[in-house]
Design a protein around this ligand. Structure first.
Ligand SMILES: [Zn+2]
Length: 100
């Protein structure tokens, strides 16, 4: 790796720069900034009206991501909401189809 301060090349496992003594610190991989929470909720609502399977699964997936990364309660809530909306969308779609 190269020192961020002076540009000297150092071994990859070095914790200090051999040239200037700059301390290397490893920045944790940033957590995904994707807004799973709002996307999950919006997808659930959209799934009632359009493409219930696609948006329903998307919503459940977002709920799962929220569960893993942010909050278990919200994750379960969004996944459940997504599943209910997907089923509602399927039923509505089925009834709409029956009319035609
Ligand atoms: Zn340096």
């Amino acid at each position: 790796m190269f020192c961020q301060k002076c540009g000297t090349q150092n071994p990859d496992d070095a914790s200090f720069c051999s040239q200037c003594g700059n301390q290397f610190f490893f920045i944790d991989k940033p957590k995904s900034n994707f807004p799973y929470k709002p996307v999950g909720i919006i997808s659930a609502i959209v799934s009632i009206l359009f493409f219930p399977i696609v948006f329903g699964i998307l919503s459940i997936f977002c709920g799962y991501k929220v569960y893993k990364q942010e909050s278990e309660g919200w994750g379960i809530g969004i996944s459940t909401f997504g599943a209910i909306c997907m089923i509602s969308g399927l039923i509505i779609g089925f009834i709409e189809g029956m009319k035609i």
